[in-house]
Design a protein. Structure first.
Length: 316
């Protein structure tokens, strides 16, 4: 277990604020709390359902997910369709107005049919969140950036969660998918200066070798050679969303959600053996990553087309 964990709180916009203190806010809003030396970050997709990418971003940041079902609505249905394709461990939080029969019906045939269920009770939710942990992940350090900004007298500051390995102050890392090498001048974990941070911990990093306006969500700090980047990407077979009603096929302009990156992409090929896409700009990935294809133009139903694994690509 690790001393940091990130929890996506989806399905309602009025629960995360009851579980933590508000922090960084953009299209997603972060709330923070600490329990028994474990720093807990709760992520809410604030601009969903108006925009779909914040929901994917919240799930990509998370070690666990709380699905709040206080009513049955189109946004909840789209959230359920998206979560069916996500591997993030999920607990269903059942509101008093929603019955067991209704939940069984909307989850039937999907992975959430077997997900743990708890009542919408804030004290019990706090206890549940307090006992969640991130699993350790060994290997070269990997830190996707979710927010960045300039700080007077410090320079460029990036925020993110250590997703793999151990991050140390003064590490020299590549800023994927750019060619830049940057130095970790200093690091903080929830505003406390540290010499290192481990998998699951949320960090604030003062960086040397890059300006704040050169940083963007989805860029990843990792050792040179440990990740791949490119614009022409091949995936394994597409696991199509069973509720998708669009007609996307080869030549369709979609959005690719890959980690914290959401970029325009053209679907070059869709075959039983896999899918190929070309993105508008380089993206960074590893073989274990999952890619989600989004059809933001679909007139009805979920905007998520499907999920594909095992990305491979060429550097461009």
């Amino acid at each position: 277990m690790t001393p940091g964990v990130t929890v996506a709180v989806v399905g309602a916009h009025d629960i995360a604020k009851e579980l933590g203190k508000k922090g960084t806010a953009s299209d997603v809003t972060l709330f923070n709390t600490v329990h028994d030396d474990t720093a807990i970050t709760l992520v809410e997709p604030t601009q969903f359902p108006e925009k779909l990418p914040p929901l994917l971003t919240s799930l990509a940041m998370a070690d666990h997910c709380l699905l709040i079902v206080s009513e049955l609505s189109r946004p909840v249905a789209e959230t359920v369709a998206t979560l069916e394709l996500s591997p993030v461990p999920t607990t269903v939080v059942q509101g008093a107005a929603v019955g067991e029969t209704e939940l069984t019906r909307i989850f039937k045939g999907g992975r959430l049919s077997d997900a743990p269920r708890v009542p919408l009770d804030l004290p019990k939710l706090r206890e549940l969140v307090d006992n969640l942990h991130a699993l350790p992940s060994e290997g070269p350090v990997r830190v996707p950036i979710d927010h960045a900004f300039p700080v007077k007298g410090v320079g460029a500051v990036a925020l993110g969660v250590v997703r793999r390995g151990v991050l140390r102050a003064h590490d020299r890392l590549r800023l994927y998918p750019t060619p830049k090498m940057v130095d970790i001048r200093s690091l903080q974990v929830h505003d406390v200066d540290r010499k290192e941070a481990v998998t699951g911990e949320r960090v604030g990093l003062a960086l040397k070798g890059v300006e704040a306006d050169e940083l963007s969500r989805g860029q990843t700090l990792a050792p040179e050679g440990s990740l791949s980047e490119g614009t022409a990407i091949s995936f394994g077979p597409l696991d199509r969303c069973r509720y998708y009603r669009g007609d996307a096929g080869p030549g369709a302009r979609l959005q690719l959600s890959l980690g914290l990156q959401v970029v325009p992409a053209v679907l070059d090929a869709l075959e039983p053996t896999g899918a190929r896409v070309t993105t508008d700009r380089p993206v960074v990935f590893a073989p274990e990553d999952l890619g989600y294809l989004l059809d933001l133009s679909v007139p009805a139903g979920p905007r998520i087309f499907g999920r594909a694994a095992t990305p491979r690509g060429t550097t461009t």
